[in-house]
Design a protein around this ligand. Structure first.
Ligand code: P6P
Length: 340
């Protein structure tokens, strides 16, 4: 007697790997030379190497600071430096990258000048959470390199020109969320196999959510409009689903990942202390904006779409408001003063 078919489909014997997913998506693409797949495989390898070190950070003596400070005057944690070195080494060695920009590099780094792509990354986002075992991550984006050679200005372009963006979350599990312009897909690392397998295809950001994510400690420094928005989020109005729940990890990858999956809004707006916000346009806001828009959400600086903003320099900052369409639109109404 054959058992009745299970109500849910059992998982496949072997899942779809990150590489297979990319190759399938690239099949038949014009100019699919394999370079793009090789580059994404290199990034995946770097993430796996960083993941191994993050998981044993306390044991490997990499907690704490190197004593150095980066271009932004921030203390460089040992894992930041390690993650940056791993990414630079693996990406440069794969031979498909012409230029690298990193939060941990003062200047851009020219790798293989004739290669077809350029890569930006925040090697270890959320550094302040490393020592307290809270989720951190790696954020990356890929542009096609211009013809005729690359220079520092080659990366000063709008995020709409990105060919791919993604992030890794070193959390309760290690995942990569990736878009190559054909939707957003989540891959989860199987530590025993050392491979990323497709875990949630075609992620969509809900039109509205139930949580708002912002550092309320900055309330006094916000504009009056944003203060009114924050008070509105906390007001009682069941018909409007208020108050919203408040969640704030303090790692962009963690707060953005939750917002993408569950909806709601994440905001790091400009304030009296940071006239241009705190987050970096090139290797934090642009990749996150590419992903959230691919998932049906919005990402703005409070007025303009992040993907339309051209960086004036490699480490330019930008206010970042991202998440569900309706929740971002409401924020913008308060920020602009058209809603009180
Ligand atoms: P604050 C982490 O240091 C980070 O760059 C982002 O990952 C995060 O969203 C933000 O800063 C948190 O900043 O000022 O709230 O601690």
């Amino acid at each position: 007697m054959v058992d009745p078919k299970p109500s849910h489909q059992p998982p496949p014997l072997v899942g779809t790997t990150l590489e297979e997913h990319i190759l399938t998506g690239m099949r038949g693409s014009p100019g699919a030379s394999g370079d793009f797949t090789s580059l994404l495989n290199a990034i995946s390898l770097a993430v796996r190497i960083i993941n191994a070190r993050v998981r044993s950070a306390g044991l490997a003596g990499v907690f704490g600071y190197t004593g150095e400070t980066n271009v932004h005057g921030e203390q460089v944690q040992k894992l930041d430096e390690y993650a940056n070195d791993v990414l630079c080494t693996v990406i440069e060695r794969c031979g498909r990258c012409a230029l690298i920009a990193s939060e941990e590099l003062t200047d851009v780094r020219i790798c293989n000048p004739d290669a077809s792509y350029m890569v930006t990354f925040d090697p270890l986002d959320g550094s302040s959470n490393i020592d307290v075992n809270v989720s951190i991550g790696t954020i990356f984006s890929i542009f096609r390199a211009p013809d005729g050679g690359v220079s520092a200005s080659s990366l000063l372009r709008p995020g709409r020109e990105l060919v791919a963006a993604g992030y890794a979350v070193y959390g309760s599990s290690t995942t990569i969320v990736l878009s190559t312009g054909q939707g957003v897909h989540e891959f989860t690392l199987d530590p025993s196999a050392g491979e990323f397998f497709l875990s949630r295809p075609n992620l969509r950001c809900p039109t509205r959510g139930k949580t708002y994510s912002i550092n309320e400690g900055n309330f006094a420094s916000w504009s009056k409009g944003i203060q009114r928005w924050s008070l509105f989020m906390k007001s009682e109005d069941k018909a409007r689903g208020l108050p919203m729940g408040h969640r704030y990890v303090g790692s962009l990858v963690a707060d953005a990942h939750r917002t993408l999956l569950k909806g709601g809004i994440f905001a790091y707006p400009a304030d009296r202390k940071n006239a241009d916000g705190k987050l970096r346009l090139l290797y934090e806001a642009q990749p996150m904006a590419f992903l959230i828009e691919q998932a049906g959400g919005l990402a703005t600086d409070g007025e303009r779409s992040i993907l339309d903003i051209v960086p004036t320099e490699t480490h330019a900052k930008v206010p970042l408001i991202l998440g569900s369409h309706d929740d971002v639109k409401l924020f913008q109404e308060f920020a602009a003063g058209t809603r009180t």
